[in-house]
Design a binder for this molecule. Sequence first.
Ligand code: IMP
Ligand code: MG
Length: 183
Amino acid sequence: MDIVDRVLLTEEEIQQRVQELGSQISKDYADKTVALLCILKGGLMFLTDLSKHITAPVTFDFIAISSYGHSTQSSGVVRITKDLEESIEGKHVLIVEDIIDTGLTLSYLIRNLQSRNPASIKICTLLDKPANRTVDIPVDYVGFDVPNEFLVGYGLDFQELYRNIPYVFILKPELYTHNSDSA
Ligand code: IMP
Ligand code: MG
C-alpha cells in the first residue's frame, strides 16, 4: 500500500505470537475465569484474536480513556470516557492493550481499577516500547518489544485511521505532514 513506509510486523507474525500468548494465558488461568478488559479502541483487534486462543472461560468488558491535550506525547492525565459495564470486584482481570509507551495511561488505570477490589489484575499488551517508559508498571504478557517509532495498524491509529489494517507498520512520513486538514 502506498501509505506504508515499512512493515514492522506481518499479519502472520502477529497471529503466531497472539496464539502463543493465548496458550500461555490458558495455562496461567486454567482454573479461573478471565475477565478480559479491553482498552478501546486500540485493543479491540488484539482482544478478538487473543480471546479465540484462550481455553479458560472469559468475559469481555470495555473501557475507553482519553488523555487530556492533543500532543502525541502522553500527559498521564487521563479521563475515563466510557466506563466498564460490569463490576470487577473479586474477578481476575486481564487488561488487553495495544501498546505501552510511557506507561502513564496504564499506571493511572491500574490505580483506578485497584480501588474496585478485583481478585487480581494483570496486563497483556501486544506491543511494548520500553525506551519511552517513565513509570514502572508490571507487564505480565508482551507480544513484541518495538522500537521508539510511531506505529499504526492492527488497532493502532493515526488520526483514527488504519486501525483495520492486519499488520503493524510505519507510515510514510509525508502522511504526517500533509494530512492534518483532511476530512
Ligand atoms: P502511554 O500512556 O504513553 O503508555 O500511552 C499509551 C497509549 O498511547 C496507547 O494506548 C496508544 O493509544 C497510544 N500510542 C502510543 N504509542 C503509539 C504508536 O506508536 N502508535 C499509535 N498509538 C500509540
Ligand atoms: Mg490505546
